[in-house]
Design a protein around this ligand. Structure first.
Ligand code: SF4
Length: 208
């Protein structure tokens, strides 16, 4: 079974989304995160780099990309800005909401220029999400809908998680089952999760 190594790196963030689940940006232990990745990456097929801020602004992001490339592993990224979009990714998941939209649109454009498959990551606040409409409107390869979590700045849970992948697209190990709201979406491969302290945890984010 294919395995993805999901890692939440400490990172600052220039944004302040209303329902941010990780508002304590840049907290964590960079050295332990890096060490855990070095120890784990050999037994995984893909590294999925996320963060408690904006992934590409983490001081260890370039280093983790380099470690993965030297190990011959695929790299996917969850982010909101073009800073996190670097050549060679097998997939970039771009968080799109009313707060991130200006920067997210630039990230989408950069990913298209680099021919990186794009997934839009959106939160269902309880009103449902029309995945097909989003797929067409933004010309992307996949949509990942996340049920809103009672976590961080969000004081409520709502909505349902689901995903849609464009027929014929190649998205690597998608969806990465690394957050509790995504655990029912698929069991095609396993995920090992490393949090921002460098600890291996069942899922990223606050446990239920
Ligand atoms: S872009 Fe992500 S990390 Fe930054 S405030 Fe918004 S939800 Fe939080």
């Amino acid at each position: 079974m294919k395995k993805v190594l999901a890692v939440q790196v400490p990172a600052p963030c220039p944004l302040a989304c209303e329902f941010c689940r990780t508002p304590n940006h840049n907290e964590g232990d960079m050295a332990r995160v890096r060490q855990s990745v070095v120890e784990q990456i050999g037994s995984h097929d893909e590294i999925y780099i996320t963060s408690n801020g904006e992934t590409g602004l983490s001081s260890i992001f370039p280093d983790l990309v380099s470690i993965a490339q030297q190990s011959g592993k695929s790299i996917s990224v969850l982010c909101a800005t073009e800073k996190s979009v670097v050549a060679g990714l097998c997939r970039v998941e771009i968080s799109l909401n009313k707060y991130t939209e200006p920067l997210a649109l630039r990230a989408i454009e950069k990913a298209k220029c680099l021919s990186i498959p794009i997934v839009l990551s959106v939160v269902d606040e309880g009103n449902g999400v029309n995945k097909g409409t989003l797929l067409s409107r933004y010309g992307v390869d996949g949509i990942l809908v996340r049920a809103q979590q009672h976590e961080g700045r969000s004081n409520t849970s709502a909505g349902e998680s689901s995903f849609l992948q464009r027929v014929g697209s190649s998205l690597g190990l998608f969806p990465a089952i690394a957050y509790r709201e995504l655990t029912l979406l698929g069991e095609g491969f396993r995920a090992t999760c490393i949090d921002h302290q460098g600890d291996i945890v069942p899922v990223l984010g606050t446990p239920a």
